[in-house]
Design a protein around this ligand. Structure first.
Ligand code: MRU
Length: 348
């Protein structure tokens, strides 16, 4: 088996990210030395996936406090505030970004009156903790989720909710990995995930690396496979889960959930508690990122759509809670329609 995928590496004075735009053809690290560079890396999809962008943003704040270029303490504090604002403006849908920035702000507030070097040490420690905890959380999600996976299961997934989307192990793919680690035979059906191809490029790559059987299909093939009895369950990740259990995830997730209901298949969402946004009442209130139409009209510089065509490119859609069989979290599995279940996750 190949070595563990290190999506983010802290190198003391810089953050190194696997450049996910280049996968699977090239495995290269992209170095960020400032918060602005981390914000650009998030915007441009060097790093993507809800928990991974939260971890990256946390390091972005830490990097800003470590820069030796400030004239006065006032300038230092202004730069940290500007860094938090710029990172917060990088992508709007995944709430893990804002969750991580809130955590960094709380750590910053605790040591705000101390010298910059003390602040930098504290904020680096907080970013490292966020990354470590995410890895632990994903293993817990994997354990809970694996209990739902029958031996021999064919698991369909969408986008990439794997090691590349997190600090490691993954959420949806964490369930797959943990089931495999428990000795179950599992096979993955990876939806290609138009337009950015996270399924074809990233999920397929992760599974091939680990020799977990994987079949790549285009998004439009999902219904056919379900109809033919070739899918046993669906497990996806999430970018933000509203207080009523509605789930925002990669565009194309909602039709999969509708198809799963039509075919009586379990549809699970694997996500950490940091993805649940109890301040947002329902899915309609989740901001949906609209990305550049160039992602739809072509790929990596090649254009296949005619000039002049209008393009829509919403990056996420919302699956109503009623279509979700269970939310797999680090604290166990709950039915999203059960308000007590969701509330219980946050107790203790
Ligand atoms: O646009 P992306 O690639 O950042 O979208 C990623 C997803 O939709 C994932 O399913 C989600 O972030 C969960 S990652 C554990």
């Amino acid at each position: 088996m190949a070595g563990r995928i290190e999506t983010l590496r802290w190198a003391g004075d810089r953050l190194e990210l696997i450049d996910q735009r280049l996968l699977p053809q090239r495995v290269e690290y992209y170095a960020c030395e400032t918060a602005a560079e981390v914000a650009a890396a998030i915007r441009d999809m060097v790093v993507r996936g809800a928990p991974a962008i939260g971890c990256a943003a946390a390091y972005g704040v830490a990097l800003e406090t470590g820069r030796p270029t400030f004239g006065s303490i006032g300038e230092f504090h202004a730069a940290v505030e500007a860094a938090i604002a710029e990172l917060g403006a990088s992508r709007p849908t995944a709430v893990n970004l804002f969750w991580a920035l809130d955590r960094m702000r709380r750590a910053y507030d605790e040591v705000r009156s101390e010298p910059p070097e003390r602040i930098a040490t504290r904020l680096v420690a907080e970013a490292v903790a966020i990354q470590r905890e995410d890895l632990d959380v994903n293993h817990a999600i994997g354990r809970h989720g694996a209990a739902l996976v029958p031996d021999g299961a064919r698991i369909m997934t969408h986008c990439n909710a794997g090691a590349l989307a997190t600090a490691g192990h993954g959420t949806a793919l964490g369930v797959v990995r943990s089931a495999r680690d428990q000795g179950k035979r599992v096979a993955v059906i990876a939806n290609e995930t138009r337009p950015f191809l996270q399924g074809a490029r990233l999920t397929a790559w992760e599974m091939v690396q680990e020799e977990i059987p994987v079949t790549l299909v285009t998004d439009g093939m999902a219904g056919h496979l379900m109809q033919r009895g070739q899918v046993d369950l669906i497990v996806v990740g999430a970018d933000r889960i509203a207080a009523n259990g509605d789930v925002a995830n990669k565009i194309g997730t909602y039709p999969l959930a509708v198809l799963a209901a039509r075919h009586g298949l379990p549809f699970y969402v694997a996500a950490p508690l940091s993805t649940i946004d109890r301040d947002v009442p329902d899915g309609a209130a989740i901001p949906i990122e609209e990305r550049d139409g160039a992602e739809v009209t072509g790929f990596r510089g090649e254009r296949w759509a005619p000039e002049g065509v209008a393009v829509a490119n919403p990056a996420f859609d919302v699956t109503p809670a009623a279509l979700v069989t269970g939310l797999i979290t680090e604290r166990g599995v709950v039915a999203p329609l059960d308000p007590d279940g969701l509330r219980r996750l946050f107790v203790g």
